[in-house]
Design a protein around this ligand. Structure first.
Ligand code: CU
Length: 250
């Protein structure tokens, strides 16, 4: 009986895990770069070095905005960063290639933040101080939530790195926020993913001011939000974390 109930519990966990996506690959220019593959990478010994920050075992959501997992993905806070980055020119795009994404996880997407790694990204967790700034966000347009847009667009989100930020090592924090259960406190589901980048070229702009954890509050009207109130309400929706940082050029 005990064995059977363990199997049943495992099956449930597997269902929950397979429901969401993760980012096993990114693309910069014509180059595909390995991300973090939850089906292989957590089980490899030694742990592989990836430019996408690792998670423990699953692709589940974070619901506690005060958790240190809100910085870079579920389970990531317990893992040391890898000593590598992907190189991208300021003004170039980074494509986030999710393995899958479900329709109906209504909410904003393409929420992208960056933080300059103090020194090397390999020793920078990004979970203290206020190093983050927002570079882009999408909410609801043409009747479609940005999260559903990811599902429709072959599970791909394209992030443009600002032209005029200072060169150096950065974390890119890419995020989908699912609000299908967001009308109750703690019901919002956060799916952040961090990529370690070396930005070349660029200018001298050095924005900051946001914190993960810190910036998001559980009772923020962008987080405690009922997506089933109709399109008119949805079109007034603004994603959490405030506007895109001022002065960025694309
Ligand atoms: Cu889900």
């Amino acid at each position: 009986m005990k064995f059977l109930s363990t199997l049943a519990a495992l099956a449930l966990v597997t269902m929950e895990v397979s429901a969401h996506g993760y980012v096993p690959q990114i693309k910069i220019g014509n180059q595909y770069i390995a991300g973090w593959d939850i089906t292989k990478d957590p089980y490899s010994n030694p742990r592989p070095s990836r430019v996408v920050r690792g998670t423990k075992l699953d692709s589940g959501f974070i619901s506690d905005v005060t958790s240190k997992d809100i910085t870079c993905s579920i389970g990531n806070s317990a893992l040391p960063p890898a000593p590598i980055t992907a190189t991208v020119a300021a003004g170039q795009t980074v494509s986030m290639l999710w393995n899958t994404w479900p329709l109906g996880h209504y909410g904003p997407g393409d929420m992208n933040y960056m933080a300059k790694c103090q020194g090397s990204c390999s020793s920078f967790k990004g979970d203290s101080g206020s190093p983050w700034f927002k570079i882009s966000q999408q909410a609801f347009s043409n009747g479609v939530w940005a999260a559903d847009e990811v599902a429709r667009n072959n599970f791909t989100s394209v992030v443009t790195i600002p032209k005029n930020i200072a060169p150096g090592e950065y974390l890119l924090r890419h995020e989908i926020l699912a609000l299908h259960s967001g009308s109750s406190l703690g019901g919002a589901q956060f799916y952040p993913v961090c990529v370690q980048l070396t930005v070349t070229g660029g200018g001298s702009l050095a924005p900051s001011g946001l914190s993960f954890p810190g910036t998001y509050k559980q009772n923020d009207p962008s987080i405690l939000f009922n997506v089933y109130q109709g399109d008119a309400v949805n079109q007034k929706y603004a994603p959490p974390g405030g506007p895109v940082a001022s002065g960025l050029q694309f």
